[in-house]
Design a protein around this ligand. Structure first.
Ligand code: ATR
Length: 280
């Protein structure tokens, strides 16, 4: 367990828009911990030196975000199972003097659906839109929870195929055009593409042909209700926004650095929503 005055960071480039300091700052205050969590902007060329200096700078660990997640994976001396499967590290800590890297995005994805759509993993085949780092975390979470069939649809089919090969049995790759064929038999639709983000009104696929009991979720959380989620809601489907994934992925890191497993509460969610509304 970490000592009470632990220091943690989130490193990215840029880092100004990260919501993580808000989340961890809330928990530090909530649990009365005399620790800190600070944003650090580090350019890719300086990232290895930043990691080498963590111990000396007094950090217990921290979060890693774009564009450093793959470099952190390569530079970590130990990796947890999720990081190994996903190929990216978003959480760092020390274990027996060695730099350990984990990936909590899959946990965040699953915990968000557990909260708002319990039983999601037994709802039928999953369709994942997109084939980037976020898709890898989503697919890992689905397989961990026992989903038998995951279909990856991507604009660039070769990237979807790479992921299908990486994960093996139960995961298949298709072009985006195959959506109409598969949606009527899809239990959970997950958008990991940037379509629908920041006022982009495009919908990657049409959820109106999905079955009545289908669930639709988006990992995009700006806006909270993406055009895809709005279309799914209009159709009467269960929808889950992406903010819960962000909140829940923060939990395991906080516990590692500060020694308390924090709660994702309605109050925390409201605080981050207010921050998003302010456009900060
Ligand atoms: P991340 O690591 O956050 O998942 P990424 O690796 O940049 O981000 O992946 C973004 C995904 O969104 C990709 O699957 C991308 O499709 P391509 O592999 O064909 O590039 C998808 N994407 C981005 N813009 C898109 C668009 N306008 N239409 C369809 N898919 C899009």
């Amino acid at each position: 367990m970490a000592e009470s005055a632990s220091k943690a960071f989130v490193v990215g480039h840029p880092i100004a828009h990260s919501r993580s300091p808000k989340i961890h700052g809330y928990w530090l205050k909530q649990y009365g911990i005399a620790g800190s969590y600070e944003p650090v902007d580090v350019a890719p060329a300086d990232f290895p030196a930043f990691l080498s200096g963590l111990r000396q700078a007094g950090f217990a660990g921290g979060n890693v975000t774009i564009p450093h997640k793959e470099a952190a994976w390569a530079l970590a001396e130990l990796r947890d199972e999720a990081a190994e499967a996903i190929g990216a590290v978003n959480t760092l800590w020390f274990e027996g003097g060695r730099l350990a890297g984990g990936n909590t995005d899959a946990h965040g994805f699953a915990a968000n659906l557990d909260e708002y759509a319990p039983g999601w993993a037994r709802n039928g085949p999953v369709m994942v839109l997109g084939a980037g780092g976020a898709a890898r975390a989503v697919i890992h979470a689905c397989l961990q929870r026992g989903v038998r069939e995951v279909r990856i649809l991507n604009r660039t089919p070769a990237r979807a195929q790479e992921l299908a090969d990486r994960f093996g049995a139960g995961v298949s790759a298709h072009p985006l055009a195959a959506a109409a064929e598969f949606l009527p038999g899809t239990g959970l639709l997950v958008n990991t593409t940037s379509l629908g983000m920041h006022g982009n009104s495009e919908i990657p696929v049409d959820p109106s042909v999905m079955p009545d009991q289908a669930i639709v979720t988006d990992i995009v959380y700006v806006p909270l209700e993406t055009p895809l989620l709005a279309a799914a809601r209009t159709r009467g489907l269960k929808t889950v926004d992406g903010l819960g994934m962000l909140l829940h992925q923060a939990v395991p890191g906080f516990e590692r650095w500060f020694g308390i497993r924090p709660q994702v509460t309605p109050e925390l969610r409201a605080l981050v929503v207010a921050d998003l509304d302010a456009g900060a």
